[in-house]
Ligand binder design. Sequence first.
Ligand code: 13P
Ligand code: SF4
Length: 340
Amino acid sequence: MVAHVTSPSAPDASLQIPRDPSAKDPARQAELIASINRLREETNAVILAHNYQYPEIQDIADYVGDSLGLSQYAATTDADVIAFCGVHFMAETAKILNPSKTVLLPDLAAGCSLADTITAAQLRDWKAQFPGAVVVSYVNTTADVKAESDYCCTSGNAQAIIEAIPEDRTILFCPDMFLGTYLESVTGRKMQVWLGECHVHAGIRPADVNERLAANPKAELLVHPECGCASSCMYRVSTGEIPAERVQVLGTEAMLRRIESSEADEFIVATESGIIHRMQQSAPEAVFRTVSERAICRYMKEITLENLEAALRLRQHVIEVDADVARRAELAIRRMIEIV
Ligand code: 13P
Ligand code: SF4
């Protein structure tokens, strides 16, 4: 972590990001890292980590990325084992895309409050109300829901997917209402939108954004479209209240690309705070503030060096997807990784 983050003379909670629990015991941490490296070699495993994982997990991973990049990597890896440091639906997606591999999720408690907002039965009922509609599901859904969908998308390609669907078709978009509303505004396309939300991003309120923008007048604001504040930010840009160049609504990987092209050297980050680790690595001189100290996903933080080591050593917890569900979900997922 860069010096300004830990400076004792200028404590600023918005600059701090949570660490792996082993950080409290450096000897144990070194032991775990050595063991994970050895087990990865012995089992021909690849370690994949989402951008929201603890810094220590990101540092040991073979690949760190967003939902789309992780799916694309998982689809083509020739490793025998995929140790997935992310949440359950991501590991399921990896299994569907590369079924001959052993996919491990180090802790089964790594779920997702957004994926929990819709079941396959609820989606079937919704589809019955709109015969002939096209179902676009965000990747943050269970395999059962994907199996009922025509397309999956991630924040990285949702707009391209909506734009690829013929204008005369009704679209049912699930489960994230903030992403759905944002997509309606950027594509100009009216959709039926499921009223689900992620507790982390929904918890990022316009008031948090206003406070940080006022306190950091030179900072650029990076907003994930799952945020409760995304539409209000867009609205404020449209009225001229916030200059357009000060606000970017982007998925996590696009945020990282933006940092490389932006002229700003201060950023307010409106998404899960774990991403700040990669941001600091790509721009060590820049200052990154979380928009809210509450922007922490407890599900992503279920994965630790301790349970990653145990997962590789004990070959646990193996993710399986019912063959019929996998077959039906695969087409929607393949469309997701192909349209970018
Ligand atoms: P992306 O990394 O695809 O932007 O997703 C954010 C997210 O909430 C994953 O759970
Ligand atoms: Fe799910 Fe939200 Fe956590 Fe992403 S941040 S895994 S959407 S609960």
